[in-house]
Design a protein around this ligand. Structure first.
Ligand code: NI
Length: 215
C-alpha cells in the first residue's frame, strides 16, 4: 500500500493465503483505492473482501474490473493499456506488462498491466508481473520517476539482472523489489540482489512484510 496526497492506494492484495503475511489481518485494511495489475490469484486473492469492507474504488484492466463486479464489487473503473485517468490524488496510467492474466475461476483477465501514478509530489511506476521489454524506455520520456516497483523473483517475472536493465530503461535510481521469496520458485539471495543493483548505481529496497518506509 502506498500513501500519497492524503489517499491510500493498495496494490494486488495477496495476504490471507500468503505464507509470508500470516501476521496481517485483512479486516483492518481499508484503502481508498485498489489497483489490480492482473487476474492471477497471487495478486487478487483478497481483493473482493477488502473492496467490500472498505468501499474502495478498484482500478485496472476492463476484464478484471468486470470480474470484480460479478463478485459484488460496486466501485470500479475499467481501463486499458495506454489510457490514463485523473483522480483526486493524481493521475493513473496503465502500461504494458509482458505476462499472462487469467482470473482465479479460469475466466479471461484480458491482458496484464503496470501502472504509473503521478501527482505534483511524486511519480512512480508499479510494473506488475512482467518480463523486461524494450518499450519501458518510453516511460521516462514523459514521466520522471522517483521510484519503480519492479518484480525481481525470476521464474514468473524478471530476475534481478533483467530488473537492473528495466530500472535503467525507466531511469529510476530507486527500486522497490516485488514478487520474490513468497514461494520456492522465486526465492532470492538478498545480499546478491542488493549488490547487483548497487553495481549499476541503483538502490534496491527489499521490504519486510508489514514494514513502513518513506520514499
Ligand atoms: Ni502473475
Amino acid at each position: 500500500m502506498v500513501e500519497t496526497a492524503g489517499k491510500s492506494i493498495l496494490f494486488d492484495p495477496f495476504i490471507s493465503p500468503n505464507p509470508l503475511a500470516k501476521d496481517i489481518n485483512i479486516s483492518k485494511i481499508t484503502p481508498d483505492f485498489m489497483l489490480i495489475s492482473h487476474g492471477h490469484q497471487d495478486h487478487i486473492a483478497d481483493a473482493v473482501e477488502i473492496a467490500l469492507q472498505s468501499g474502495c474504488t478498484c482500478i485496472g484492466i476492463w476484464e478484471v474490473m468486470n470480474w470484480l463486479e460479478k463478485q459484488g464489487v460496486t466501485s470500479t473503473l475499467g481501463m486499458n493499456i495506454g489510457g490514463g485517468h485523473d483522480f483526486e490524488f493524481g493521475r493513473i496510467k496503465l502500461t504494458n506488462a509482458v505476462h499472462s492474466s487469467t482470473m482465479p475461476d479460469g475466466s479471461t483477465g484480458g491482458v496484464p498491466c503496470g501502472f504509473i501514478v503521478e501527482n505534483s509530489n511524486e511519480t512512480f511506476y508499479y510494473a506488475g508481473d512482467t518480463a523486461l521489454f524494450g518499450d519501458m524506455c518510453l516511460i521516462p520520456k514523459k514521466h520522471k520517476l522517483k521510484t519503480a516497483f519492479l518484480p525481481i523473483g525470476d521464474n514468473f517475472t524478471m530476475d534481478i539482472y533483467d530488473a537492473v536493465e528495466a530500472a535503467k530503461l525507466v531511469q529510476s535510481k530507486h527500486v522497490i523489489g516485488m514478487h520474490f521469496d513468497t514461494f520456492g520458485y522465486i526465492k532470492i539471495d538478498h545480499t546478491t540482489a542488493i549488490d547487483v543493483f548497487a553495481r549499476a548505481g541503483i538502490e534496491l529496497v527489499l521490504m519486510k512484510t508489514g514494514e513502513i518506509i518513506n520514499i
